[in-house]
Design a protein around this ligand. Sequence first.
Ligand SMILES: NC(=O)C1=CN([C@@H]2O[C@H](COP(=O)(O)OP(=O)(O)OC[C@H]3O[C@@H](n4cnc5c(N)ncnc54)[C@H](OP(=O)(O)O)[C@@H]3O)[C@@H](O)[C@H]2O)[C@@H](O)CC1
Ligand SMILES: Nc1ncnc2c1ncn2[C@@H]1O[C@H](COP(=O)(O)OP(=O)(O)OP(=O)(O)O)[C@@H](O)[C@H]1O
Length: 558
Amino acid sequence: MRRFVMDEPILYLKSRAKNPSVTNTWAIIRISLLVFLLKLHSAFSEETNTAVEKESKLSHVENSNASIEEPTWTFCGTKRLSFIDVVLDANFSTSGSMAVGEECLLRPKCDETTGCNAPLHCFDFSKLENGSLEFSESRVVVVSPHRLESIVEDSAVQNVCAIVLFYAPWCTFSVQFARKFNALGRSFRGLPILALNLAESEPYKYILAYLPLVAFYYRGKTLFKFSLESSFEDLRDIVSNITGFEALPVNLSDPENEGPIRTERETSDQVFLAISVWMQQSSLKAFRACIPPLTFSTHKGSAGRVGVIGGSLEYTGAPYFAAISSLKAGGDLAHVFCPEAAAPVIKAYSPELIVHPLLSADATETTRAILPWLPRMHSLVIGPGLGRDPAIMASVKALIAEVRKMSKSMVIDADGLHLVTLDPSIVEGYRDAILTPNEAEFQRLYTKVFGAKATGNSGEQTKLLAAKLGNLVIVRKGQVDLITDGQNIIECNERGSPRRCGGQGDLLSGTIGLFSHWTNTAQTQVPGQLLAAYGSCYLVKKCAELAFAKHWSIHASQ
Ligand SMILES: NC(=O)C1=CN([C@@H]2O[C@H](COP(=O)(O)OP(=O)(O)OC[C@H]3O[C@@H](n4cnc5c(N)ncnc54)[C@H](OP(=O)(O)O)[C@@H]3O)[C@@H](O)[C@H]2O)[C@@H](O)CC1
Ligand SMILES: Nc1ncnc2c1ncn2[C@@H]1O[C@H](COP(=O)(O)OP(=O)(O)OP(=O)(O)O)[C@@H](O)[C@H]1O
């Protein structure tokens, strides 16, 4: 049984003519007339013909098909994707409607009125006298992304079909499929059967749902993409049915099928890159699903109550940024627990914030005063702007112990990380903790835990530290944010902003605080804390990028 997995968009062919036999007769008459006129024309103006040929080799295609009834294309899928859409659309997915399209394209006999069975009359490059040699032969042509784009663009106005394999030499499945595709290339003469090696193109340009992937382009549009489970014979027959090309006698076992696409796997660190791209895509999708819908049935606070423990006489901006970003990202209430000296200043920044001047150098008093508030918080962000007064640190340490008892999500940033570096045991084994170190903070903590500076692969270092601390989550901020729980790792490589003004880390910790409530409430396959961190890294970097594009010189408030 043929087994094809196809995704949108899928088109099917529907003849406009009510009576196909009448159309055929007219088509024959028109072709004969055209041939006669062309002969007449060439007899009188050979020079002009040569010039036209020079201008566009492909113009033959239009001429040769000029009198063929133009089919009406109807969508079976939902969306028409152009080539560029296909390669750049992050939502490019493997699922999709296939019902009618599959029937029409794959069934050998189809209803006459729909004309489904009619081949596409793809242009035959081997018939071009001065044609492109590369396509006139029977073989797979490995193309560059640029070349592929131009072929697809050219074909947009012509009757050209192209079958393109997206593959990578490090991908086991690509390598396993290579022989079949090489054989397919040898089976057809004059039909562009192309392959694009993703390892030799910009890795992030092609966000493909899976590898290898074969796409069938017709007139610059993707007709369908198919999976690779089908046998070589099925693949060959389908191509033949659709294109109208006759297959040459080729056996899959022929030694020539060893190339041009290699049938042996190459090792490469792009495997990690591909997994990373996939992880980012699926994480973003999963995170989006956690965003609570805006409905009239919710009440104040249900979208998130975030408590920020931070601030000092010197640093009032940091706790403000953390708290306000949790509100701006969609939270309902933001509380700030800070020293008395900082409270009026923070309050004056914004009437939205609920500010509690309850953080003091007396640990017992601080705990007594703040403890009643803690159960109301969905999550705590600890550290922005705290400063490093040892007595205040002791009070915060006592609060962390209380938060742990309540199993609440807790984001530890800035001076909170200083506290953790002094005594890692305060968070060790607490999987609801998310540490958000910048590079300097990461190095300090790593050195404390392992007794030596971090060297080697930064992803591995970060995983190692998270695992050592008992699989809590670490978000190592930088040009690429690394997010790990010691087992899984997700990168956030959004561009962000080249302006490295202070306060951007505070925006991040505030939104992670909020998002961890959302992801913990939702049922997610990716661990909730990781997802919250990824959603936040993505948001903050995207905002920074957009703000920078708009203002050029940005600061955290923007
Ligand atoms: N408006 C406000 O109220 C704000 C208040 N804030 C609050 O300030 C408090 C102290 O926080 P912090 O960031 O100054 O301390 P910390 O991270 O130890 O940096 C110390 C030194 O480490 C270095 N360094 C830093 N990053 C690096 C990197 N990526 N890669 C390499 N090196 C890096 C750098 O050293 P330098 O290059 O200057 O030698 C830096 O000077 C804290 O409470 C915080 O919340 C801020 O949130 C900002 C907005
Ligand atoms: N080189 C970089 N390029 C782009 N974005 C970056 C770069 N370094 C950090 N970021 C982003 O800036 C944000 C804050 O990271 P940063 O390293 O500035 O934290 P921080 O020092 O703790 O900030 P804060 O000033 O709030 O204390 C994060 O979202 C991070 O992804």
